[in-house]
Design a protein around this ligand. Sequence first.
Ligand SMILES: N[C@@H](CCC(=O)N[C@@H](CS)C(=O)NCC(=O)O)C(=O)O
Length: 212
Amino acid sequence: MLKLYHAPHSRSSRFLSLLEELGEPYEVEIVDIRRPGGAHESYRAIHPHKKVPALVHDGIVVTESAAICLYLTDAFPAAGLGPQIGERLRGSYLSWLAYAAGVIEPAMFARSMHWEYEPLRAAFGKSEDVEQYLTDTLEDGDYVLGDEFSAADVLIASSIMYGVRIAKVLPESEVFSAYLDRIFARPGIQRGFEKDQEFAAAAQAEQGQDAE
Ligand SMILES: N[C@@H](CCC(=O)N[C@@H](CS)C(=O)NCC(=O)O)C(=O)O
């Protein structure tokens, strides 16, 4: 059985979508990351930084979004959500997963903080280069792997969505908008969104009850 440790409207939300795309049964445990002091200390046994997402599968704990994507698509290859070892696009797939976590996320954060970029000191890329690379890639293909949707798109689309619509560190370009429309039109992604809304509403209702 798969269990997702999740907080509504957070980086774990995209895993509701990925799990829905995967079509495997899963359960969800809500982690209250927003309480003062963060998640309960007992959650550190699952995640070393008390963050979400975390996934447990048959007693194995997997943390870090890119690793969870890879774990799921390797564990359930029949879903066809990630190229397998030996397949032509495997290298690109791994590169995009690592790029999402190791380059896009820090580069966009650096941009939002107006950090001055020092190429010889920072291991991640310059945000202008990230923006250009994403634009060029998505001009050339519908997905980061070209014609093939994969779990990497779940990460990349959520970063672009956050960058464009929330942090406003990426432009609302035609290429980004069309890509987001394409990804968010997928039924599994939609179901994940709806489930996240339900979890958010339930958490809010619980908080309201606690306040009474
Ligand atoms: N590198 C982690 C980041 C996860 C992360 O930043 N999660 C945030 C929610 S969006 C969190 O749980 N924050 C709670 C905290 O830091 O106490 C990943 O990609 O999975």
